[in-house]
Structure formats: C-alpha cells, structure tokens
Design a protein around this ligand. Structure first.
Ligand code: SF4
Length: 197
C-alpha cells in the first residue's frame, strides 16, 4: 500500500496521534495525507488543527514518510512557484489543467465542481477569451477576487479550490474557518522551514 488518507473529525480528533503514523509505517505506507472535515466538525479549533498538523508532520518525517494535506498547498506554492516564472493556482482545475466531460454534454473544470463552463459540442468555444471557462480562471487570479484581495497568502492560495468556494458560499463561518486554517498553517510551515524542521 502506498498512500493512506486520514480525515479528521470532531469524533476522531483525539484518536489521531503518532500511532497512526506508526501503523502506516508498519503496513508499508510511504505517503500519508491528512485533512479536516471542517464542514461537519465545527468543534475543532484552528489552533488545534495546526498543532495536530505540525505534530504529525514532524513525526512522519522522522519516520521517513511523506505527510501532506490540502493545508500544505499555499505553503508549497509559496516555496516552489513564482508568477515571474510560471502561472500557478491552488488546484489543477484553476490552473486550467483539467476539464471534465459529462454524459449530459456539459463541461466542468473538475469532477467535483457544479460550475458548468461549456458544452462538449462546442468544445473549442471554451478557450476563447470571453468564454465562461476563461472568465472563471481569470476571476480566480490574484488581484481579481475581491474576497481574497489583501490576504497575506493571496498569491499562493488565491481562493482555495473551486469546490471549496462553492460549498462554502452560503456559510460565511465555514469560509472564515477554512481561511484561518490556510493562513495559520502556512505561517507555521514557514516557521518550521526557517527552523530547519
Ligand atoms: S486564505 Fe482565504 S482570503 Fe486568503 S487567499 Fe485563501 S481563500 Fe482567499
């Protein structure tokens, strides 16, 4: 087995500790991904999420395992990408790298989003400058999204993934919590890097 996925909720938060990394190592896992179900788990604070990430990330690295989650994406962009060299986004869909063809003929930017950006019978139209697809990508670029303007990680996060935005559109508390997690985790990961961890 190469990859283990862990979803942390209110109910299992206390149970997720170093022992899960030990189990992963024992059964031959090389990559662990851990994320938080913030939609249903309203009782987990941002601080406790970040502490859990840092604790298990350090331990997993000591054990020779890769450890990541969506919380790492802004940090990874910050450390390895520059708009001076190549355009980048939080997710491949918003980088324009993926397009989903649906059985009803609609085109979407990924398999999870509800946003239709074109139809398969007019596939070429998708790539014209004023198409829904082009406009969606443009609206998500740094500086174009009013919600993110001025955020300290705007360039490397730029609105997270499209699905997150859609599912949290009617829940401002959830959006706030997700943003807090992204910002606080990025700050801590930068500190970890500076401290050589
Ligand atoms: S953390 Fe929130 S406000 Fe900041 S760039 Fe990401 S989505 Fe936008």
């Amino acid at each position: 087995m190469a990859l283990m996925l862990v979803t942390v909720t209110d109910k299992n938060f206390q149970l997720i500790d170093e022992s899960i990394v030990d189990l992963a190592k024992e059964i031959g896992v090389k990559d662990m991904a851990m994320d938080f179900d913030l939609v249903r788990s309203t009782g987990i604070t941002t601080e406790s999420c970040v502490e859990k990430i840092i604790l298990l990330r350090r331990y997993a690295h000591q054990q020779g395992l890769n450890f990541y989650g969506t919380w790492e994406t802004p940090y990874r962009n910050l450390m390895s990408s520059s708009w001076l060299n190549t355009p980048h986004a939080f997710c491949p869909a918003m980088e324009g790298k993926t397009l989903e063809f649906n059985v009803d003929g609609s085109l979407k930017t990924c398999g999870h989003t509800n946003t239709v950006v074109g139809t398969s019978d007019k596939f070429e139209d998708c790539f014209t400058p004023n198409s829904k697809y082009s406009q969606l990508i443009e609206s998500r670029l740094p500086g174009n999204n009013d919600f993110c303007k001025g955020c300290e990680i705007e360039g490397s996060c730029a609105g997270q993934c499209q699905v997150t935005l859609e599912s949290s559109r009617n829940d401002s508390q959830l959006v706030e919590k997700m943003c807090q997690l992204m910002i606080a985790t990025t700050q801590r990961l930068v500190h970890e890097y500076l401290e050589g961890r």
